[in-house]
Design a protein around this ligand. Structure first.
Ligand SMILES: [Zn+2]
Length: 428
């Protein structure tokens, strides 16, 4: 019979949200943390747990990704719930929130319940956002209340900006009423030539009119104002431009109700538009990678709390969808498996933030924005844990995801996920 009890021995336990930083043990029973602390092995009498010797490794709350695309239903050749959950586990993630831009879009309680039912047996906790508008068309508001009752983790038309301001206001009023989070992909298509490349030096060299920074800035400005006006809790997705960070920073100063939140992807804090020259379609994402000035502004935003959390925007695509000319290939980079390494390499090792802060940005902070019971290691908490090394490195040549569309394929990056425990089970 599968054992339900796991004993993690001699880990460096790091749970910044609980002010925990010690070498000790964790006893897991029936999906929960039963005991955590220094040398608790004396309490094991009568139990024969599976023992994980974690000496030399860290144990932290499992990572939480609030922005993943599992392509299920509709494009399961790119990813399905099962392969997506496996990719998450390999990356140290124990909870993921999937976006609603599937085929069809998740815009009805029936579809939502079906997806959540399919996800319930997976290795990690797979949650699901519902679309804000019918078919993500930006015109007709969905029944947010019914969708929330059916289990929606939040609402977003991610992939498609909602241009109809009156409708956004209506959605925010409704979301505020029912206490839901609205998440926004901010890019005005009228200011975008070829999407996925910054309108600047690199796009010009490629003979393309790219995505102007104003496409993002103006929509963020609109939605910050609307959120403060309506009292709606919002999450600005994948922020890319320096001016956006500044707008969010000043809006947060006026935000006495903790309404405004924002995400950064590992892509945007690791790469610039130069990656488009180097990797072509593999570096095409929406909104695009921008300049070094922008990248540093994002890092400053993470440092001072303007940007709340790291979200992967894990966006798998087949080789056929990527191996095309830049103009016509799909946008997106897979991200669940490389996120932690990129955080170490580009945020912690250069000294911008410490390891505790990285863990906060990848677990307790995203959990708090979406009201999830995750991001903590303490007695009674769900046993969602990542065991990792900062000394060892990982060569990213094999992916659990069904797709491997990332500029980091084949690269050796610092850090290694040793084990992932979700819901009290060792899933990686
Ligand atoms: Zn998006």
């Amino acid at each position: 019979m599968e054992t339900n009890t796991i004993f993690i021995k001699k880990a460096h336990i790091l749970s910044p949200a609980d002010h925990l930083d010690l070498t000790g043990d964790i006893l897991i029973n029936d999906g929960r943390i039963e005991k955590i602390g220094e040398n608790i092995s004396a309490d094991l009498s009568g139990k024969s747990p599976e023992v994980i010797d974690a000496e030399g490794y860290f144990a932290s709350p499992g990572f939480v990704d609030v922005h993943s695309h599992f392509r299920d239903p509709g494009q399961t050749e790119k990813e399905d719930i099962h392969s997506g959950a496996a990719a998450a586990a390999a990356g140290g993630y124990t909870t993921v929130i999937c976006m609603a831009n599937t085929l069809p879009a998740i815009d009805s309680p029936e579809l939502l319940k079906e997806n959540l039912g399919n996800a319930s047996q997976e290795a990690v906790h797979v949650l699901q956002c519902a679309a804000v508008t019918e078919r993500r068309g930006g015109q007709i508001l969905n029944d947010l209340y019914a969708l929330k009752e059916a289990g929606a983790a939040g609402f977003t038309d991610d992939g498609s900006p909602i241009m109809n301001e009156a409708l956004v206001r209506e959605a925010m009023i409704k979301a505020a009423e029912i206490g839901a989070v609205l998440s926004f992909h901010e890019e005005d298509p009228s200011l975008i030539g070829t999407p996925g490349v910054n309108d600047g030096g690199v796009s010009k060299a490629l003979g393309l009119k790219g995505a102007k920074r104003e496409a993002e800035i103006r929509m963020i400005e609109r939605d910050l104002t609307l959120a403060l006006d309506t009292g709606c809790r919002i999450d600005i997705q994948h922020v890319s431009a320096k001016e956006s960070v500044e707008l969010i920073r000043s809006a947060k100063k006026k935000d006495t109700r903790n309404l405004i939140h924002a995400e950064v992807t590992p892509n945007h804090f690791s790469l610039t538009e130069d990656a488009v020259r180097e990797y072509g379609p593999l570096a095409k994402i929406n909104p695009p990678l921008r300049t070094e000035k922008d990248r540093m502004a994002l890092i400053d935003g993470l440092k001072d709390g303007t940007l709340d959390l790291i979200a992967t925007d894990h966006a798998p695509h087949t080789k056929a969808d990527k191996n095309k000319e830049f103009k016509s290939c799909m946008s997106g980079i897979t991200g669940l498996e490389t996120a932690f390494s990129l955080g170490l390499k580009n945020l912690v090792l250069p000294g911008y933030i410490d390891l505790n802060k990285l863990i906060m940005l990848m677990s307790a902070n995203p959990a708090a924005v979406y009201g999830l019971n995750a991001g903590h290691l303490k007695a009674g908490a769900p046993a969602d844990i990542v065991i990792f090394s900062t000394e060892e490195s990982t060569t990213y040549d094999i992916f659990r995801s069904r797709s491997d569309n990332t500029p980091f394929k084949g690269k050796t990056l610092p850090g290694r996920v040793i084990h992932t425990i979700a819901g009290g089970r060792k899933v990686y």
